[in-house]
Write a protein of this length. Structure first.
Length: 156
Protein backbone atom coordinates (compact mmCIF):
# COMPACT_ATOMS: atom_id res chain seq x y z
CA UNK A 1 0.00 0.00 0.00
CA UNK A 2 2.87 2.35 0.79
CA UNK A 3 4.45 1.70 -2.61
CA UNK A 4 1.14 2.34 -4.37
CA UNK A 5 0.78 5.57 -2.40
CA UNK A 6 4.23 6.71 -3.49
CA UNK A 7 3.44 6.03 -7.16
CA UNK A 8 0.11 7.84 -6.92
CA UNK A 9 1.73 10.79 -5.12
CA UNK A 10 4.33 11.16 -7.88
CA UNK A 11 1.76 10.89 -10.67
CA UNK A 12 -0.79 13.30 -9.19
CA UNK A 13 1.46 15.99 -7.70
CA UNK A 14 0.01 19.35 -8.72
CA UNK A 15 -3.21 17.83 -10.04
CA UNK A 16 -6.77 17.99 -8.76
CA UNK A 17 -6.98 14.43 -7.40
CA UNK A 18 -10.20 12.89 -6.12
CA UNK A 19 -9.84 9.37 -4.73
CA UNK A 20 -13.15 7.54 -4.96
CA UNK A 21 -13.56 4.37 -2.93
CA UNK A 22 -15.89 1.75 -4.32
CA UNK A 23 -18.00 0.54 -1.41
CA UNK A 24 -18.20 -1.66 0.48
CA UNK A 25 -15.08 -3.66 -0.25
CA UNK A 26 -12.51 -0.90 -0.76
CA UNK A 27 -13.04 1.02 2.47
CA UNK A 28 -10.19 -0.55 4.45
CA UNK A 29 -7.77 -0.42 1.51
CA UNK A 30 -8.75 3.20 0.79
CA UNK A 31 -8.23 4.19 4.43
CA UNK A 32 -4.67 2.89 4.31
CA UNK A 33 -4.02 4.21 0.80
CA UNK A 34 -5.09 7.81 1.50
CA UNK A 35 -2.59 7.95 4.35
CA UNK A 36 0.15 6.85 1.95
CA UNK A 37 -0.72 9.49 -0.68
CA UNK A 38 1.01 12.69 0.40
CA UNK A 39 -0.19 15.03 -2.35
CA UNK A 40 -3.39 17.00 -1.82
CA UNK A 41 -6.56 15.09 -2.62
CA UNK A 42 -10.26 14.83 -1.91
CA UNK A 43 -12.05 11.62 -0.96
CA UNK A 44 -15.52 10.40 -1.82
CA UNK A 45 -17.35 7.10 -2.16
CA UNK A 46 -19.57 5.38 -4.68
CA UNK A 47 -21.52 2.20 -4.14
CA UNK A 48 -22.63 -0.11 -6.89
CA UNK A 49 -24.11 -3.57 -6.60
CA UNK A 50 -23.40 -6.55 -8.82
CA UNK A 51 -22.78 -9.44 -6.42
CA UNK A 52 -25.50 -9.47 -3.79
CA UNK A 53 -24.92 -12.36 -1.38
CA UNK A 54 -23.26 -14.79 -3.77
CA UNK A 55 -19.74 -15.52 -4.96
CA UNK A 56 -20.48 -14.66 -8.57
CA UNK A 57 -21.55 -11.42 -10.21
CA UNK A 58 -25.16 -11.10 -11.29
CA UNK A 59 -24.03 -9.30 -14.43
CA UNK A 60 -26.27 -6.32 -13.67
CA UNK A 61 -24.67 -3.19 -12.24
CA UNK A 62 -26.88 -0.97 -10.11
CA UNK A 63 -25.88 2.43 -8.67
CA UNK A 64 -26.69 2.43 -4.95
CA UNK A 65 -24.85 5.60 -3.81
CA UNK A 66 -23.34 8.23 -6.08
CA UNK A 67 -20.48 10.58 -5.22
CA UNK A 68 -21.29 13.92 -3.65
CA UNK A 69 -18.30 15.84 -5.05
CA UNK A 70 -18.64 17.60 -8.41
CA UNK A 71 -16.02 15.69 -10.42
CA UNK A 72 -16.09 17.87 -13.56
CA UNK A 73 -12.54 18.89 -14.46
CA UNK A 74 -10.99 16.77 -11.69
CA UNK A 75 -8.61 13.82 -11.88
CA UNK A 76 -10.48 10.76 -10.65
CA UNK A 77 -8.77 7.72 -9.16
CA UNK A 78 -11.22 4.87 -8.65
CA UNK A 79 -10.08 2.69 -5.75
CA UNK A 80 -11.32 -0.91 -5.92
CA UNK A 81 -10.70 -3.83 -3.60
CA UNK A 82 -10.69 -6.40 -6.39
CA UNK A 83 -11.27 -6.29 -10.15
CA UNK A 84 -12.81 -9.56 -11.28
CA UNK A 85 -14.99 -9.58 -14.42
CA UNK A 86 -14.05 -5.97 -15.19
CA UNK A 87 -17.67 -4.99 -15.82
CA UNK A 88 -18.02 -2.83 -12.71
CA UNK A 89 -14.79 -0.92 -13.33
CA UNK A 90 -15.71 -0.37 -17.00
CA UNK A 91 -19.14 0.91 -15.93
CA UNK A 92 -17.59 3.23 -13.34
CA UNK A 93 -15.03 4.62 -15.79
CA UNK A 94 -17.81 5.39 -18.26
CA UNK A 95 -19.91 6.96 -15.52
CA UNK A 96 -17.16 9.41 -14.54
CA UNK A 97 -16.16 10.17 -18.11
CA UNK A 98 -19.79 11.15 -18.64
CA UNK A 99 -19.49 13.59 -15.73
CA UNK A 100 -16.67 15.43 -17.55
CA UNK A 101 -13.86 14.31 -15.24
CA UNK A 102 -10.46 15.51 -16.51
CA UNK A 103 -9.13 11.96 -16.22
CA UNK A 104 -10.28 8.62 -14.86
CA UNK A 105 -7.77 6.04 -13.68
CA UNK A 106 -8.02 2.98 -11.45
CA UNK A 107 -6.21 1.46 -8.50
CA UNK A 108 -7.02 -2.08 -7.37
CA UNK A 109 -5.67 -3.94 -4.39
CA UNK A 110 -6.16 -7.18 -6.34
CA UNK A 111 -6.37 -7.76 -10.08
CA UNK A 112 -8.12 -11.12 -10.45
CA UNK A 113 -7.95 -12.16 -14.08
CA UNK A 114 -9.59 -15.59 -13.85
CA UNK A 115 -13.06 -14.40 -14.82
CA UNK A 116 -12.22 -11.24 -16.77
CA UNK A 117 -14.95 -10.54 -19.30
CA UNK A 118 -14.28 -6.89 -20.05
CA UNK A 119 -10.74 -5.64 -20.55
CA UNK A 120 -10.11 -2.64 -18.33
CA UNK A 121 -7.08 -0.55 -17.55
CA UNK A 122 -5.83 -0.82 -14.00
CA UNK A 123 -3.18 1.83 -13.49
CA UNK A 124 -2.06 0.79 -10.01
CA UNK A 125 -2.23 -2.82 -8.81
CA UNK A 126 -1.29 -4.27 -5.45
CA UNK A 127 -1.45 -7.98 -6.32
CA UNK A 128 -2.35 -10.14 -9.30
CA UNK A 129 -4.38 -13.29 -8.67
CA UNK A 130 -5.32 -15.78 -11.35
CA UNK A 131 -7.95 -17.76 -9.45
CA UNK A 132 -9.60 -18.25 -6.06
CA UNK A 133 -12.02 -16.37 -3.82
CA UNK A 134 -10.54 -14.03 -1.24
CA UNK A 135 -11.89 -12.59 2.01
CA UNK A 136 -10.58 -10.21 4.66
CA UNK A 137 -9.16 -6.66 4.61
CA UNK A 138 -12.55 -5.43 3.33
CA UNK A 139 -13.20 -8.35 0.97
CA UNK A 140 -16.31 -10.33 1.81
CA UNK A 141 -18.35 -13.38 1.06
CA UNK A 142 -22.09 -12.80 1.63
CA UNK A 143 -21.21 -9.74 3.77
CA UNK A 144 -19.02 -11.85 6.07
CA UNK A 145 -15.25 -11.82 6.80
CA UNK A 146 -14.59 -8.14 5.88
CA UNK A 147 -13.23 -7.54 9.36
CA UNK A 148 -10.35 -10.01 9.07
CA UNK A 149 -7.05 -8.12 9.30
CA UNK A 150 -5.38 -10.09 6.49
CA UNK A 151 -6.47 -11.59 3.17
CA UNK A 152 -7.39 -15.27 3.09
CA UNK A 153 -8.47 -17.69 0.36
CA UNK A 154 -11.97 -19.01 0.98
CA UNK A 155 -12.32 -22.71 0.25
CA UNK A 156 -15.79 -23.88 -0.72
Amino acid sequence: VIELGQLITADYRGKNLVMIGVLNGAFIFLADLVRAVTTAHEIDFIKVASYGDSASSSGTIRLVKDVEIDVAGKDILLVEDIVDSGRTLAWLAGNFAGKQAASVRACALIDKRERRETEVGIDYTGFVLEQGFLVGYGLDYAQQYRHLPEIFALIF
